[in-house]
Design a protein around this ligand. Sequence first.
Ligand code: HSE
Length: 440
Amino acid sequence: MSTQLISSIRVGIAGVGTVGTSVVNILRDKFSTFEQQFGVQIAISRVVVRNIDAVRNCDLTDVVVGAELMELSTAEDVDVVIELIGGVEESLALVRESLRNGKAVVTANKALLALHGDELFSLSKEKGVPLLFEAAVGGGIPIIKVMRESLAGNTIHCVAGIINGTCNYLLTRMANEGAKYQEVLADAQKLGYAEADPTFDVEGIDAAHKLALLTRLAFQQSIDFSKITHFGLADIITDDFSIVKKMGYVIKPMSIAKQSSKGIEIYVFPALVSQATLLSHVNDVTNVVQVFADRLSSINCVGPGAGGDATASAVVADLVEIVHAIHNDSLSSVYTPQLDERKQQAQMVDFEETEHAYYLRFQMEDKPGMMKQCASILERFDISIEVLNQNEPKDGENTVSVALITNNVRERILQQAFHEIKKLSGCCSENSSLIRVFQI
Ligand code: HSE
């Protein structure tokens, strides 16, 4: 594309739901500012929607509104495709064909890139057209740009954070109100934070998709999504929030990827986070990404991880980068995540071989010798108790809650010890907890 020929850059948007509506509104607000800044107009030429007749809170005057998704990939009046339909199969077809046809693509679709990133990023490189995805991780937090540009002088050894707002909301309310999981989940659904089917969020799948992208950027390696271990929230028991609080912790939905001597460790789980850290104060639907790097120790990026305007803000940032590049005749130089040629496929450490400190809680009969039996099982597995908390029995009950935090132990070993303790006569096996402790 030559600068002299360009008077406007034409955008086609797939999906005008919450995020798409905000994208249209932001662009309408900023059309003249962008024109002044870049000397080129941004025009929305087409949108594709499922229901053409639906009422929308945005102005689609002079925009072709259609229902044929794949038209965006071939339309002559579309230079940049913005993919906001979600899902994987249809979006894959759209993004693939758009790139093949030389159209730049902006997407918010983490599942698509976690599962098909290898193919799509290499297609983007081969065709010399960008595939940008700031909105796919952390909503409005500009973490992708920070990792790809601002930390270029660093070697990253860990990226960790709270990257699912729904889970953070649920755990924050359970902690603050002593509410039960099912109650707060129902509220989150009413408020529109959680989907009617909340599986992707509460089982850690959404966070694992985002973590796959962050890990790819951090270590320039391709991540086999199926090997990411993710645990959900359903097993978290309300009683644990007050117990861990006394021990100096809160429970947060953590996503962690780190380089260890054995390879890359990558997992999503609810974890104890020290009250002394910034992470412990990131509440409700807010997200945080913490990057640990050799030259600057660590940085934290905090902000709204979801919502129409926040996510649209990231989409528009990507679009502006593309517009700027087109205007400077340098589209092929826009960033594409590259894989390290020497180690393209990440060596991922089997979760059973990873090491953590663990919070364990057992409800035990209040009788002499219970604690001794528990401690001797831990000793047999060479597990040390670092912190111990025992509550007095509640009135009229003959059981006590025994909570402890272990030293660093291999997952496989810890699970064996945990199961042996649960089998002790006098231990209520159905009322016990195992939560990993977040530490770098
Ligand atoms: N459902 C996600 C969250 C936002 O709760 O963080 C979109 O990925």
